[in-house]
Design a protein around this ligand. Structure first.
Ligand code: X8Z
Ligand code: ZN
Length: 609
């Protein structure tokens, strides 16, 4: 999505960028624009210059805020957001002067993207703008600094709770972490409700019925078409999820007992090895089809060789370099946050930053020595390589083709982390050729990629509902759990009420990052992988392909990244894959071997919930 936030960071809170400034004397710009004094092209050139300058300031303020959460940095970040929001409101008003003019496609696109240049549009009223900036800044800060305190002296930070959810198998202990973390979100309910009112007002002023429609307008098609498009993709992939759900539920029933995991109902939400039940790879040992066959124990290598966070990051960089992409700048290594500082609160949720117009690339993570984290690093560097590739475009085009593309690049690359690749770079020992190892590997992959799909779909369905008013504050939590159960087939093991605000326990809600992008990325990554593998001349099963070291694939990928947001995403996708449509057939092809196995396993079971 084209947001001020995303123009700089590929996962940062929008909140920080949506702010304002100014006193009471401010007058809202006229809604009917005066005759312009500059041509549309001159206007766009000026906007690009101003945007570049503003981004330096907003980027710096947000970086400091995210890596040093205090009351002081809240003031600095909110003030910068506020300034950006003021500029944005006023500049969009000025742009309306060109509404009726016939313009070349690039200028028209620049004006359209300008309008969409925030994910939390402010009302054009100084007091409300300030309020919105403060709310969004504080919501993300509350998340970043959040912890579950078992006792007065024993508090566990969010990122540590995430790790415990991966490692622990004790039913009650898991439930304790699960509910403990959700207490952090309770105080978010009220400010979030106000956020919805204010940002909707801002969206109305920009001409959108509500913020959900504005978010859905980011895809070079109408909101209704976009909803239909994502609905179509979901119905293509749902059968894969249903098989996986059925099998995992059966195994969990064996572990915890059918009284705890009823075999005809939703799975208790705290048992999937992940705080949000969104990626299940930490359950691999429970569902490994052929235990021990061709095991890819990257965790063990990282620990035995004692890889540092920087070494892990270097290994990800080497992959991109093998495709012919440049090395990351020295400043990346100097300025990134690789580990969780001991002495202060930070937002640990991983993000990638393209500061100074893409010349100053950084990641912000709290890296742990695991294979899961290694893959997150590859994901983040995908963002950084995108940011570096489109940096020579005008600022309004410095973004991905659509939000899903930004999220898909690093994940496309991780599909090339085949056993052969991992052996070549010394992360595992050379394995033998055994078809059972393929099924094992596919299971591990499916626990992440297929398990994620319904969650990727529902988070914004909930937000579209609250932004449109179809879901009211009295039903926020109930509606959230209805969607979680309907899509994911999971349910809370303890009562949840409207005193809770469980969506707030997921970073992207207080962080105000739209989420459909991840759902789309999970479809696109397989589509892109299939095309890149064709270019690389791969023959045979898609799951066996790695584009590591392949310059032809790398060139094609880099050309796509360089296009940035300069053209409709359909053109970009066509140049890369030959088709103008997102399509889930590649993910279905990819997992064909595993699907055969799952169907066999599920025979005689009654699936569904
Ligand atoms: O937020 C992320 C990235 C940063 S853009 C780590 N992801 C989503 C999540 O964690 O919920 C990647 C997968 C989905
Ligand atoms: Zn990302």
């Amino acid at each position: 999505m084209i947001t001020m936030k995303r123009l700089l960071t590929a996962c940062l809170s929008l909140a920080l960028f949506a702010a304002c400034s100014g006193g009471k004397e401010e007058v809202a710009p006229a809604t009917v624009a005066a005759a312009p004094t500059e041509t549309a092209q001159e206007f766009v050139a000026r906007v690009n210059d101003e945007l570049q300058e503003l981004r330096r300031e907003v980027g710096a303020a947000n970086w400091v805020r995210s890596t040093y959460i205090t009351g002081d940095t809240a003031i600095i970040a909110a003030a910068a957001s506020e300034r950006y929001a003021k500029w944005h409101s006023e500049t969009v008003q000025q742009a309306m002067a060109y509404d009726g003019q016939e313009l070349d496609a690039s200028t028209r696109r620049a004006l359209d993207l300008l309008k969409l240049g925030t994910s939390a549009p402010s009302p054009n009223d100084a007091a409300k703008r300030k309020e919105l900036a403060e709310i969004t800044t504080n919501l993300e800060g509350t998340y970043g600094a959040g912890a579950y305190c078992r006792t007065e002296n024993e508090c566990i930070a969010g990122s540590e709770l995430e790790q415990l959810m991966r490692d622990t198998r004790d039913y009650d202990e898991l439930l304790e972490y699960w509910t403990g973390w959700r207490d952090v979100a309770v105080p978010m309910r009220e400010p979030y409700t106000r956020f919805v009112e204010l940002a909707n007002e801002g969206a109305n002023e920009l001409g959108y019925p509500n913020l959900g429609d504005m978010w859905k307008s980011n895809y070079d098609m109408s909101p209704a078409e976009f909803e239909a498009e994502s609905g179509k993709l979901w119905s293509q992939v749902k059968p894969l999820y249903d098989e996986l759900h059925c099998h995992v539920r059966a195994r969990l029933g064996e572990v915890y007992g059918d009284d705890k995991v009823p075999q005809d109902g939703p799975i208790p939400a705290h048992l999937l090895g992940n705080m949000w039940a969104q990626q299940w790879s930490s359950l691999y040992d429970l569902v490994a089809p052929y235990p021990g066959v061709g095991d890819i124990d990257v965790d063990a290598t990282l620990k035995t060789k004692n890889y540092s966070p920087q070494e892990m990051t270097r290994s990800a960089e080497n992959f991109y370099v093998s495709l012919g992409m440049p090395r990351l700048p020295d400043t990346f290594w100097e300025r990134s946050q690789f580990t969780k500082p001991r002495d202060r609160d930070v937002v640990c949720h991983a993000s990638a930053w393209g500061l100074d117009g893409g010349n100053d690339l950084r990641i912000k993570m709290c890296i742990q020595q695991t294979y899961d984290e290694l893959r997150v690093i590859y994901h983040e560097l995908g963002h950084n390589y995108y940011q570096g590739a489109y940096k020579d475009r005008p600022p309004l085009f410095q973004d991905s083709a659509h939000g899903g593309f930004h999220e898909a690049i690093g994940d496309t690359v991780t599909l090339s982390m085949t056993p052969g690749y991992l052996a070549e770079v010394g992360l595992v020992k050379e394995g033998e050729d055994d078809p059972r190892a393929v099924i094992n590997r596919q299971m591990l992959m499916a626990l992440d990629k297929i398990a994620f799909l319904p969650f990727g779909k529902l988070v914004d369905e909930w937000r579209w509902g609250i932004f449109s008013g179809a879901i009211t504050p009295e039903n926020y939590n109930q509606a959230w759990w209805d969607l979680r159960t309907r899509y994911q087939g999971i349910a809370p093991a303890v009562e949840r009420t409207e005193a809770h605000f469980d969506p707030g326990s997921k970073y992207h809600v207080p962080g105000n990052v739209s989420y459909t992008r991840y759902f789309l990325a999970h479809v696109l990554m397989f589509q892109l992988h299939r095309s890149l593998c064709e270019i690389a001349g791969h023959e045979g099963e898609l799951q066996a392909c790695s584009i590591y070291n392949n310059r032809s694939a790398g060139e094609k990928l880099y050309a796509m990244l360089q296009a940035g947001a300069s053209q409709p995403w359909q053109d970009t996708l066509e140049a890369m894959t030959g088709t103008r449509e997102m399509d889930a057939t590649a993910i279905i092809d990819y997992f064909a071997p595993l699907m055969g196995y799952l169907k066999e396993q599920n025979e005689g079971r009654s699936c569904g919930w």
